[in-house]
Write a protein that binds this ligand. Sequence first.
Ligand code: GLY
Ligand code: MN
Ligand code: MN
Length: 449
Amino acid sequence: MGGKAIKSPFDVTIYKERRAAILQEMPKNSALLLFAASEKTRNSHTHFRYRQTSDLLYLTGLQEPGSALLLCKHAIKKSSHVFVREKNPAMEQWDGRRLGVKSAARFLGVTESIPIKALEKSLPQLLDGTEFLYFDFGKNHGNDRIVSRVLSSMRSREKRGVVSPTHIVDPRTVIHAQRQIKSSAEIRKMSESAKVAAKAHAIAMSMVEPGMFEYELQAGIEFVFAQSGAAAPAYTSIVGGGANATILHYIENNCKLKNGELVLIDAGCELDGYASDITRTFPVNGKFTPPQKDMYQAVLAAQQASFNQIKVGATLEDVHQAAIRSLCESLIEMGIVKGSVDEAIEKKKYSPYYMHGTSHWLGMDVHDVGPYRVNKTPTKLEAGMVFTVEPGLYFQASQKDVPRELRDHGIRIEDDIVVQKRGYKILTEDAPKTVKEIEAQCRKRPKWN
Ligand code: GLY
Ligand code: MN
Ligand code: MN
């Protein structure tokens, strides 16, 4: 095995199976080329924490920059090749351990490993005879230039018998359909990721008190992630008190939380490459006011209406429409929207208060891969698909139709769902959610262990 810190989230057999399934989907005489994510400079001599591309991570478990994968399906045989950086003790002392070329083939279970610096020289030979090249042109100019040079070099030698690719194919067409349906091993990881995030939200509820800063809650949440073995948040945590909760992508998290306000936390972790994505909204002083409770119940009812749609064969559009109908009913009841429910839906009268979608796919990416529509028809839910259900209501100070005491309030409730053969499972159900559960959790002392 490689160095101490080098490990993959799953056993090597799982990656072999994933690659075999992709090769099965590819036509004869084809190859698939994936490059690693590049390192991103933060400033001066420091980098952002490295995150592999999800596709390469999915197919190899390899977490290193400066690497690539080539899968080949020639007429008579299939092969897999990884390109990695060579061992270099001096560089490794500064930048961390490397798997190295010698260990890579066995560690990753591929046919052969090749130094990354020999990639451009090796590709023409490995691709000779390939008709279809699966490569994501347009994503990274440096990689595009490498592939362009390789293709030119192959084409210039066609007279000498070299057969170069004639079709460039989008690799998403073979990888993402597979990634969209989670295996039972993946669902176990996602469930673990969801449990960690749910615990973190519960702790935030027990931590909160007036006068605390939003970033203190963020630190508490992210401490639980780290304590539970999650590498990092799955996206920048959102902690917004009062009016900040109405800003959908609020990440400054630097304001003081006031008595009487609600705080919205949208935070999830990445555990072994799998994201969780939870939002909870709760009172800074531990108790909802009656109008806050009404607003909260409206969002909760919308989420339940969405849940009621979930089954194999339904669509995320059904889930979204159910949330909209329920929110319109509540907005009319609260006197904020006038007229009938059908008219409110048709004229989108809800949109000043609910302006985002209800769901997105969830997996290795928080907004995970997989089509929402195929030929303009919404994707039908299948067992193993994972997605969020996250209705909300956002009332601005300027919205005079909203009762005064609810202006500058934002509430979102977000859970992660896996579709099952019969029904569905809420992966995030450990995060307190009803008014009663939240108020009880706010009364508890934080329990870190
Ligand atoms: N946290 C990102 C989202 O809910 O979509
Ligand atoms: Mn989400
Ligand atoms: Mn979220």
